[in-house]
Design a binder for this molecule. Structure first.
Ligand code: UFG
Length: 341
């Protein structure tokens, strides 16, 4: 019996695979490496290079590895890009996902963990955002995640696929081995750290006229290890017969863009230059999670709730990997266990 992790070579996926390996579960990673990295997959885990939209491949893997549960990380996930290219987002995040569920049904795989997002809430009426707050996405990206959550609720009984949707707030930080390497990078913490390393000149601050105490946006940064812990707990709950549900995942405390920059300055012991930029389309002023439901149901409690510790882990990873994963992959010529064109 094994867990199929789709998108397991990406940022959050790689850390979840690392955690799954520690639980002793047989894990198989499927990733097309469009944004993921081969070196981000635990060396002893079976890695298959291929596309999540390839139904034949999915069926083959589910049968070959006697897959019992699926974790689904692969998605397009940039809010501004989703406004520009909505069809690509609906195609990738919804249509491919339906194909995956259909393959699961054919193979009688009945447990599914879904990477959802705070974006399902859009601009929330109040913070912290409760698990059952109304879903009112304000971007095509948010709509794709909300739609897929609905599809999962509908599939629960009718298609016999039980699922947990985990709504990440702002995933951040790194483990000793695995960290954040996007190309191009758009997320605040890695950009701020690039500036600290002298790889960029300044960080653009996207709006300082928001209705927040210092005028910049507030986000709930959650350490990627705490996200990984939530995935394993969610899987265990399904394995014990748990029903379909959704959980918000954040530490319950928000930090502004200026808070992040100041904390990074302390950690890196250097000044981080900033430039004022216009607001970025689709950015809500404040997103902070109430994660009451997962705390209560699965006894999940985030272990890293100090912003400086979160940023420090990312800083250490960046210093150890100044070129991200790219340099290493070229040097080592890593290859998949199974490659599918
Ligand atoms: N920001 C800047 N300058 C930058 C980058 C970001 O000021 O160079 C600001 C953003 O405007 C935002 C905050 O920093 O206010 C955090 O931005 P990120 O891009 O790091 O993260 P987001 O909150 O935009 O996005 C995250 C996830 C998305 C998810 C979204 C939910 O990465 O996948 O939360 O709203 F959709």
């Amino acid at each position: 019996m094994s867990v199929l992790v789709i998108g397991g070579a990406g940022y959050v996926g790689s850390v979840v695979v690392e955690r799954l390996a520690k639980t002793g579960r047989k894990t198989v990673v499927l990733d097309n490496l469009s944004t993921g990295h081969r070196e981000a997959v635990e060396p002893h885990v079976t890695f298959v290079e291929g596309d999540a939209a390839n139904a034949d491949l999915l069926e083959h893997l589910m049968r070959e590895f006697r897959v019992q549960s699926v974790m689904h990380f692969c998605a397009l996930s940039l809010v501004p890009e989703s406004v520009e290219r909505p069809l690509a987002y609906y195609d990738n995040n919804v249509r491919s996902g339906i194909g995956l569920l259909a393959a699961m049904k054919r193979c009688e795989v009945g447990m599914f963990i879904f990477s959802s997002s705070a974006a399902v809430f859009g601009e929330p009426a109040e913070n912290p955002i409760a698990d059952d707050a109304p879903s009112r996405p304000s971007s095509p990206y948010g709509h794709t995640k909300a739609m897929f959550e609905q599809i999962l609720r509908d599939c629960s009984h009718a298609e016999k696929i039980r699922s947990v949707s985990l709504r990440y707030f702002n995933a951040a930080g790194a483990t000793d081995k695995y960290g954040e390497d996007h190309s191009p990078e758009s997320h605040l913490i890695p950009i701020v750290l690039d500036v600290a390393m002298g790889r960029r000149e300044a960080v653009g601050v996207f709006g300082r006229d928001y209705p927040t105490p210092d005028g910049t946006c507030i986000r709930d940064y959650i350490h990627v290890s705490d996200l990984a812990d939530a995935h394993v707990r969610a899987l265990e709950a399904l394995e014990k017969g748990g029903e379909t549900t959704a959980y918000n995942l954040g530490i319950g405390h928000g930090f502004s863009v200026f808070d992040v920059i100041r904390a990074a300055e302390e950690i890196a012991c250097r000044k981080i230059p900033m430039i004022d930029r216009p607001r970025r389309p689709g950015d809500p002023a404040c997103l902070v999670a109430s994660s009451e439901r997962i705390r209560e149901h699965l006894h999940w409690h985030p272990q890293v709730v100090d912003l400086r510790r979160i940023i420090d882990s990312a800083w250490k990873w960046k210093q150890a990997h100044p070129n991200g994963y790219a340099q290493k992959s070229k040097e080592h010529g890593e290859s998949p266990d199974i490659a599918v064109s």
